[in-house]
Ligand binder design. Structure first.
Ligand code: FPP
Length: 226
């Protein structure tokens, strides 16, 4: 498959199916998350290579805090280790690393790592990689509305944690689920959705390319007549 002419500026991914992927192999759920990290790498590499300037991943929702403690702890540890390990790759490839979400719920150690990574990669300009952690769309709108009321602003978009970043052009959700699951509710007003049955750990470059081709075939009108 060829790379289409029309690429999204911002592609976002709901990484679903890690647990099922692990279960199908008789393994613990965390094993699926480990393998899922390789898919994050593959998609990120492809974005650098193909010139997509913004990529984001729904890594952990506000609702995910309700999972069994062992899985939550395992995921947090995995994310912290992965971030740290990827720093040299980010620097070599011009990747700016950003975490958005309810940071107050993350551990001090994780927040310190995130702050350090964000500071070190702040000037990288080839690709912006956003990890949504402890994020939910309703939480975002709530915190934005509260701050806006306090400060007397009028543009809610300017108060969302995504302020300054372009809205996603394309949202990809894996594993056959077809819902938004409290993700970027405001920001996806005109986003194109692509759903695939592939489980996240199996979602690699070929699958990503197929989704980009599907996106390129869509006729985006933004509510207007062409
Ligand atoms: C959904 O699968 C996946 C998650 C809740 C976590 C995804 C996170 C990662 C792959 C880590 C990425 C981290 C970095 C630092 C890049 P699920 O567990 O809901 O699967 P299921 O629906 O089959 O149960």
């Amino acid at each position: 498959m060829k790379l289409p002419d029309k690429l999204p500026t911002h592609v976002t991914l709901i990484m679903d199916g890690n647990g099922r992927w692990a279960k199908a192999r008789g393994q613990e759920r965390i094993y699926g998350h480990f393998e899922g990290v390789q898919s994050v790498r593959a998609v990120t590499e492809a974005c650098v290579e193909w010139g997509i300037p913004y990529v984001s991943f729904y890594a952990f929702s506000e609702e995910n805090w309700n999972r069994p403690q062992a899985e939550v702890m395992g995921l947090m540890e995995l994310m912290m280790k992965t971030m740290r390990a990827e720093l040299p790759t980010f620097m070599n490839n011009g990747v700016r690393f950003v975490v958005l979400g309810n940071r107050a719920r993350l551990s001090d150690a994780l927040n310190a790592t995130i702050d350090d990574m964000m500071a070190q990669t702040a000037a990288n300009a080839r690709l912006t990689l956003i990890l949504f952690m402890s994020y939910s769309g309703q939480w975002d709108i709530r915190q934005a509305a509260a701050r806006m009321a306090r400060e007397g602003g009028t543009d809610i978009g300017a108060y969302l944690v995504t302020a300054g970043f372009p809205d996603p052009d394309l949202l990809i959700r894996t594993s056959g689920e077809k819902r938004i699951s409290n993700y970027m509710l405001w920001q996806t007003a005109y986003t194109e959705f692509v759903f695939t049955d592939t489980l996240w750990p199996d979602f690699r470059k070929e699958e990503f390319l197929a989704a980009l081709n599907e996106f390129a075939s869509r006729d985006r009108r933004f509510g207007k007549v062409k």
